[in-house]
Design a binder for this molecule. Structure first.
Ligand code: C5P
Length: 297
């Protein structure tokens, strides 16, 4: 995430979306979660949160864009503030202006990224002095995807999403994200997979990838375990996949539990308009993988 302090009592945070370059769901765990094996990559599609410390306790969320999103206590931003308020006995509150650009329930972890940004904002505005590891641990209590957003933007991810191994695979490529505009529930996606308690699949590993071409070749040997089921339920997803490949992508794949698809391009694509036209104005974004600079961590 990118943090800018605007005043003593105000910060602005760019909270990026993430994609899963590959995603295996390995097995169900006794705690009800699933163990995964995935490569997470942050991308340059951002929600922007302007967070202001207020004398009044509690959290108030204002949406700057129209979005199908609650601003009440079930919003992950509110849950993030509530967690910090409880843990650190905060007597004051926050106002959050949210410029929501990342599609909701889309497999891009927008809600988790916003919540991670809120934890960071509280850390700064209430001078809590927490490091990245402590913030990631707090984040894991709110959602499996959160700890990733305290890293450098790329990580091999295991456990239920909280075990991160930072990686340095190539990032010199472009991405087009295509979101069909309907939400998909993550818990339902996991339930539909009907995974047992034991791991039955081979755990995928990426070999060394000195060039982006090697990287894409290796990625093409993997997949996203949520994709097949969701394609069966929503035939439009196969159409999206075909159109992305037709537009020149070296690889097309679904992100997270869907339904957003991404295409990887080794040259700057000019397919955003083409795809919007051919797919009847679905939400289409051209983005880049991002690596968060050291001083921002
Ligand atoms: O961790 P988070 O709250 O984002 O997860 C939402 C739901 O998705 C969980 O309650 C669980 O049903 C499912 N999930 C899972 N395994 C994971 C992550 C999420 O089963 N690794």
């Amino acid at each position: 995430m990118f943090v800018k302090q605007l005043a003593d009592n105000q910060v602005r945070i760019g909270a990026p979306a993430k994609i899963n370059l590959f995603l295996q769901v390995l097995n169900k765990r006794p705690d009800g979660y699933h163990n995964i094996n995935s490569l997470f990559q942050a991308v340059s599609l951002f929600d922007r949160l302007t967070v202001t410390r207020t004398f009044e306790p509690g959290v108030r969320i204002k949406l700057l864009e129209d979005a199908d999103l609650s601003t009440g206590p079930d919003n992950l931003i509110a849950k993030a503030y509530d967690l910090m308020a409880r843990e650190f006995e905060l007597k004051e509150g926050i106002d959050v202006e949210l410029d929501k650009q990342i599609p909701v329930a889309a497999g891009l972890a927008g809600g988790s990224s916003d919540a991670a940004a809120t934890l960071m904002a509280c850390n700064i505005l209430f001078s809590l002095g927490l490091g990245r590891t402590a913030l990631a641990e707090l984040g894991a209590r709110l959602g499996s995807d959160l700890p990733f957003f305290f890293g450098n933007g790329q990580a091999l991810v295991s456990g239920r999403g909280e075990i991160l191994q930072e990686s340095a695979f190539p990032t010199d490529y472009w991405l087009v994200l295509v979101n069909p505009g309907f939400p998909v529930s993550t818990p339902e996606g996991y339930a539909r997979l009907k995974r047992g308690l034991t791991i039955s699949s081979t755990i995928f590993t990426l070999g060394p990838c000195p060039t982006v071409e090697d990287f894409i070749d290796s990625l093409s040997l993997s997949g996203n375990d949520f994709e097949e089921n969701l394609r069966r339920s929503f035939p439009v997803l196969s159409r999206i996949d075909e159109e992305i490949v037709r537009s020149g992508a070296a690889l097309a794949r679904m992100s997270g539990s869907g339904p957003t698809f991404f295409g990887i391009y080794t040259k700057m694509p000019d397919s955003e308009k083409l795809l919007s036209d051919r797919l009847d104005a679905l939400r289409v974004y051209t983005v880049r993988p991002i690596v968060v600079p050291e001083q921002q961590q």
